[in-house]
Design a protein around this ligand. Structure first.
Ligand code: ATR
Length: 274
């Protein structure tokens, strides 16, 4: 029997102990017959240390690196300075996936497409949808381009710090869809098709809803996963279909795996992996 050469991949973050990426990628590798080693790598939180980890990894023959908090922006800057960026990473101003392609560092961002692929797997109707995006940080920025490409009708960005919502909106002026922005507490409507929570509200112990109780949606998604957030609980009570972000995590991982190996993961055959 011929054994395949092993490919080496890592996920770099700080903290990193909680990462589910090794389990995900081992499951993708089993399905696609890839021989993979996938390790977690803790890195000190500074650009020199991160750069040294990236250099040592690819110099040593590593195939692919996932990048998580707090290094996504540093990975973006590194690729800007000495590599290439995908259109998704350019728009997101953040990189979650690194590869060495033809001897050049390549940075991609699979988070937003991971979200859209999960929404499509759930059969939530994105085409022509009126979307409300909660939050104006990196997580929100990363999903804008894939949502636009999926054919949504409009995107309203609402953020606790209203100015940040307007600043993010200004980055969308090249696109023709309808866009708008506001604070969370002065939304200009009370009904949307799909609401996507890209804030870290779920992490706070405060159970106060940051927007009006009257806000309704047909579908509500939270990019975080685990215990349902106060946001999901609100929309579920009103009869909306809801989902947390575990599927997004799996899909973004599958897209990284595809970039590194050329193998497409069949989500329907994956079963429960984490
Ligand atoms: P990420 O990269 O995950 O987007 P971030 O850039 O720090 O992280 O952004 C966090 C987002 O969650 C911001 O939109 C933040 O709102 P502010 O810009 O007003 O800080 C939002 N956020 C965090 N905690 C929140 C809370 N308790 N209520 C409402 N919004 C919150």
């Amino acid at each position: 029997m011929q054994t395949q050469p092993q490919i080496h991949c890592i996920v770099v973050g700080n903290p990193i102990a909680h990462s589910k990426s090794p389990e995900l990628h081992q499951a993708f590798a089993r399905q696609t017959n890839i021989n993979i080693s996938y390790q977690k790598q803790l890195c000190p939180n500074d650009k020199d240390s991160f750069t040294a980890v990236v250099e040592a990894f690819f110099h040593g023959g590593g195939t692919g690196m996932n990048v998580t908090v707090p290094f996504k922006e540093m990975a973006f800057e590194l690729c800007q300075q000495r590599g290439r960026l995908s259109a998704y990473a350019t728009q997101a101003k953040a990189v979650n996936t690194l590869a060495m392609i033809n001897g050049q560092l390549f940075g991609d961002n699979t988070d937003g497409r991971g979200l859209v692929n999960h929404l499509q797997q759930l059969n939530w109707p994105l085409n022509n949808a009126k979307v409300l995006l909660l939050g104006a940080g990196g997580a929100s920025r990363g999903v804008l381009l894939p949502l636009i490409q999926a054919g949504v009708k409009s995107i309203h960005i609402a953020n606790r710090t209203e100015q940040k919502a307007h600043d993010l909106l200004a980055e969308l002026n090249n696109f023709s869809l309808k866009t708008s922005a506001s604070g969370l507490d002065n939304l200009p409507f009370s009904k949307v098709d799909i609401v996507i929570n890209a804030t870290s509200i779920g992490l706070s112990t405060d159970n106060q809803l940051p927007f009006s109780q009257d806000l309704t949606a047909s579908y509500a998604y939270d990019m975080m996963y685990g215990k349902p957030s106060v946001v999901l609980q609100h929309f579920e009570k009103q009869g909306a279909k809801i989902s947390d972000g575990l599927g997004m995590l799996i899909h973004q991982g599958a897209l990284s795996f595809e970039l590194w190996t050329g193998k497409k993961v069949d989500m329907m055959q994956l079963g429960q992996i984490i």
